[in-house]
Design a protein around this ligand. Structure first.
Ligand SMILES: NC(=O)c1ccc[n+]([C@@H]2O[C@H](COP(=O)([O-])OP(=O)(O)OC[C@H]3O[C@@H](n4cnc5c(N)ncnc54)[C@H](OP(=O)(O)O)[C@@H]3O)[C@@H](O)[C@H]2O)c1
Length: 291
């Protein structure tokens, strides 16, 4: 029989990221023990980007791993009860296929070998729809996980507060743009609210959840908010679909990484990404706090 959730040991992959750090802090606050898989313990112990917490004092067991070297993943799940993975390439220089898909797959294989109870994965809304390598890699892993012997828990977030800061940075420089009329909708979520949503479910049954923050915006409204917070008059370029394709074409010729990031970003702007409204952090005060 499994131990009760209180005091269980949870392996966290992607523990040094925006979401991962909030997950570690939340697990610790709720009485779980945490084994953090990191590239650098020294960096992990300091505060993360976008106000994400320092991990010093929240982690029971540190493992330094290289997700591109499967031999460093062997036995990371030994003696543990569950996995939460927020591992994925965002701003890092690596192929999403190697990290989002193969890296997570190596952790899953180890979780299966050590008979862990569950694996919660931070995926993305509409991973089945995008053509970017990021979306394809995340979709491939979510498919592998859903056929696992370990209880699969797949969380599909909309966008993060951390990413909206990119709109703010552009607005501070006086530029912004929408794809078409910017009418696609998104409800970005704060990392702490997403972590709370995940930890609420971590000891529960299998499931798939679409989740977002409490406020829904069109991308046009997000841009207008960014300009308001930046204290500048909105100056928005309206990009047509063909301009979007042209930018993707050019980015593909720059480098595979640039092509992927551009495609991921532009495709996201064209689709509604609204998950079940969750949490009590609101975007405007967050943006004002980082402006
Ligand atoms: N951004 C969004 O709006 C959004 C929306 C939905 C879903 N998501 C997904 O949610 C997940 C978490 O996002 P996030 O914003 O928390 O990402 P993040 O801050 O970049 O964190 C990603 C984590 O993965 C690790 N990682 C990335 N590349 C790596 C590599 N080459 N080798 C080893 N470790 C690597 C990072 O380690 P280091 O700290 O050492 O780099 C970090 O721990 C991602 O998979 C992302 O795709 C994002």
């Amino acid at each position: 029989m499994r131990r009760r959730s209180m005091g269980e040991l949870v392996v966290v992959a992607g523990a040094t990221g925006y979401v991962g750090r909030h997950v570690v802090a939340e697990l610790d606050a709720r009485g779980f023990s945490v084994r953090a898989l990191v590239r650098s313990r020294e960096r992990a112990e300091k505060q993360g980007a976008f106000g994400a917490p320092a991990l010093a004092g929240h982690v029971t067991d540190w493992r330094v791993v290289d997700f591109t070297k499967p031999q460093t993943i062997v036995d990371v799940c030994e003696g543990a009860d569950r996995v939460v993975s927020a591992l994925g390439v965002t701003r890092q220089k690596a192929s999403p296929w190697n990290i989002d898909f193969l890296g997570n797959l190596a952790v899953l294989a180890d979780a299966e070998r050590h008979s862990l109870a569950s694996f919660a994965y931070v995926n993305v809304l509409h991973s089945d729809a995008g053509t970017s390598l990021t979306m394809r890699s995340k979709f491939a892993f979510s498919q592998a996980l859903s056929r696992s012997r370990v209880v699969p828990q797949i969380v599909n977030p909309s966008g993060y507060f951390s990413d909206v800061t990119d709109f703010l940075c552009m607005a501070q420089r006086g530029v912004g743009f929408t794809l078409g009329d910017g009418s696609a909708k998104v409800n970005p979520i704060h990392g702490a609210d997403l972590a709370s949503f995940i930890v609420d479910r971590v000891a529960g049954p299998a499931g798939t959840w679409d989740v977002g923050g409490p406020d829904t915006f069109t991308y046009r409204e997000l841009e207008e908010l960014a300009f308001r917070v930046a204290g500048r008059k909105p100056h928005l370029l309206k990009l047509g679909e063909s301009v979007g394709h042209g930018i993707e074409w050019l980015a593909d010729r720059g480098s595979p990484r640039l092509g992927n990031l551009t495609r991921f970003f532009l495709e996201s702007l064209a689709l509604d990404a609204v998950g079940a409204p969750t949490g009590d952090h609101h975007l405007e005060p967050y943006l004002r706090s980082v402006a």
